[in-house]
Design a protein around this ligand. Sequence first.
Ligand SMILES: Nc1ncnc2c1ncn2[C@@H]1O[C@H](COP(=O)(O)OP(=O)(O)OP(=O)(O)O)[C@@H](O)[C@H]1O
Length: 293
Amino acid sequence: MWIDTSAGGGLKAASPVPDGAAGAGKAPVKTPLLQVERLGKAYVADKPVFADVSFMLDRGEFVCVIGHSGCGKTTVLNVLAGLDTATAGHVFMESREMVGPSLERGVVFQGHALMPWLTVRQNIAFAVKSRWPDWPGARLNQQVEKFVQLVGLSHAIDKKPSQLSGGMKQRVGIARAFSIQPKMLLLDEPFGALDALTRGTIQDELMAIVRETQQTVFMITHDVDEAILLADRILLMSNGAETAAGYKPGGIAEVVVNPLPRERTRATLHHLDGYYELRNHIVDFLVSRAKAH
Ligand SMILES: Nc1ncnc2c1ncn2[C@@H]1O[C@H](COP(=O)(O)OP(=O)(O)OP(=O)(O)O)[C@@H](O)[C@H]1O
């Protein structure tokens, strides 16, 4: 019912086509923002953690990855961030092969990685300055204040990280990532260390900012409800395993398209038609299919 079998679902992605290469008289080909082709990573030869990972991300899309510990989610994210290299496959952003990190891709990790000696304002200004070194002070400040306000921290803008709660620090990390207006935002379990109440509030805030800024997001989560709330599509990743036929690497077992209306909120999610079916489908995958080959 929800499985994405289109090219955009990306189990078998086609080679990227440059913008405008469709030829005279033909409709221009719309290229995805990101195209991942047959990615593989092996730390031990002949036993890759995952293989043949292919998917696409359209502009403005929110994609979550779910899978058990060790299936390779963080490795995939690090390759997309340019912080790690794959042993096989390619990643294209706007049809150009990606090499190394770039300010076009913002990353938020579970640990917020703020500079403790700088205030919230200075932490975010540091990022904005590296993205736009020629901006005058007033413009820089305006950008910083705009994104601090978006995460509801204007009152704490001149505080240092040690004066903030865990949730506030994570909001600063999110504001910093958004403030450089990256083409793609990569989130590695950004709310993993937060209590349930704070986590819920920040999920709502993140959803509102993503909708407002039309940001493209790739996010790892272990929380099924978080994925259903936030994602347009959910990639279900399986773990590598020894089978009777030999070792089988992990990979994307299924791409689930979220059928729930995009205006969903945390408070109404469980009242929506199709919510429990979708949730059960993902939980069933985690319980009985993610490790079975
Ligand atoms: N530098 C490394 N050297 C050897 N093995 C590694 C290295 N980094 C990761 N691995 C292994 O690769 C596999 C995938 O790791 P990864 O962190 O990507 O998984 P994950 O799905 O994100 O897990 P988790 O949900 O626990 O964060 C794991 O089995 C891990 O032990």
